[in-house]
Design a protein around this ligand. Structure first.
Ligand code: TK8
Length: 349
């Protein structure tokens, strides 16, 4: 499998974001479309995300835009749209498929209806550390899933970090597996999350991210779960009293480009977007991890009641949810799941 980096003759190994042939398969398919334009043309590229510009994802997109402008001599202009102004993850992904938007960077979870195998990343308590997540996402498993995108009209340039999800709610601290009972929790539109929270005795409601703050404020739901950077940058702490550090799922962002748009680019333009997505991704993951460390103290200082969850209670949660994981492993492909678990074991300290 020829890495696109080797194809470019740069041979650099970018730690934590080594992209294999994700894009060479894409650019191969575009060659099949006949002669390609050469050089770099003046283009405006609409890039929409669900989070705001202060969030690590927004800052990563800003960095991506700067790198693209620099590498293209200003000819490729990325126009960022934040806070779901172009729609939520699913809507923006559909816009890419229709060629109405060029880039979006959704969580993988709401895409499971389209590419079911992405659901393996929704297994609770799968990764213990960000490094384990990087090893799987930037290795063969992540690559296999990116290779499924072109048949859906999408090109994947790699994975950024949404992060480890923590639970907030307005009712009571969640310290044990038993404490989920009866809690009305907003979840992403993802069957694994829904079934896992039901198994814990919660009452989950799937909802697009842009509706979450209002649902919390109006008490339509008691709680939600997201990484700390999201809780902080979307001010969920203003309408939630309790933050429980469950760390129950690690969610990736996947960097998507419309295949309709991608196939019309020259190889030079494709390489600029590929390199920029990888370089900005390293920066974005670092920002996300720094934010994860800072946010707990900041939220505490702002009055949020924060509680840890013991390893024993997390183990109990995992055991309760295990039948759900086993069922979905069969649905998503037991071989793929076994391969992923082996990848994790290789890097697990
Ligand atoms: C933002 C979403 C969001 C996700 C969610 O586009 O829906 O809770 O974690 O951050 O992808």
């Amino acid at each position: 499998m020829k890495s696109w980096l080797k194809k470019l003759g740069v041979g650099i190994i970018i730690p934590g974001m080594l992209l294999l042939s994700a894009c060479s398969s894409a650019s191969t398919s575009s060659k099949a479309g006949g002669e390609k334009a050469s050089g770099i043309q003046e283009r405006t590229i609409k890039a929409g995300i669900g989070l705001n510009e202060d969030h690590p994802e927004g800052l990563g997109l800003k960095r991506f835009s700067e790198i693209v402008a620099e590498k293209s001599g200003g000819k490729l202009k990325v126009k960022p749209f934040y806070s779901a102004t172009l729609g939520d993850d699913q809507k923006m992904t559909e816009a890419l498929q229709g060629g109405l938007q060029e880039i979006t960077i959704p969580s993988t979870s709401p895409l499971v209806g389209m590419i079911k195998e992405f659901g393996i990343f929704d297994f609770p308590f799968l990764f213990n550390t960000p490094e384990e997540a990087d090893a799987v996402l930037d290795g063969q498993i992540g690559q296999k899933l990116l290779d499924k995108l072109p048949e859906h009209g999408l090109i994947g340039l790699g994975y950024w970090e949404n992060g480890f999800r923590q639970l907030t709610n307005s009712k009571h601290p969640v310290e044990t597996a038993n404490d989920f009972k009866g809690l009305k929790i907003r979840t992403m539109q993802n069957e694994v999350h829904l079934d896992a929270f039901k198994k814990l005795g919660a009452n989950p409601t799937p909802m697009a991210f842009s509706e979450v703050f209002t649902a919390l404020e109006s008490k339509t739901v008691d709680g939600q779960e997201n990484p700390l950077a999201t809780i902080k940058s979307n001010k969920f702490n203003e309408v939630q009293d309790y933050l429980s550090l469950t760390g129950h799922v690690y969610t990736p962002f996947v960097f998507l480009v419309s295949k309709k748009f991608w196939d019309g680019l020259s190889e030079k333009e494709q390489t600029i977007l590929q390199e920029a997505a990888v370089e900005a991704g390293i920066y974005q993951r670092q920002l996300s991890r720094e934010e994860d460390v800072k946010a707990v103290e900041e939220l505490k200082a702002a009055g949020t009641k924060v509680n840890e969850v013991s390893v024993e209670e997390k183990q109990k949660m995992k055991e309760i949810i295990q039948p759900v994981i086993d069922d979905y492993a069969k649905k998503f492909g037991q071989d793929l799941v076994n391969e992923m678990m082996a990848e994790i074991e290789k890097v697990r300290k």
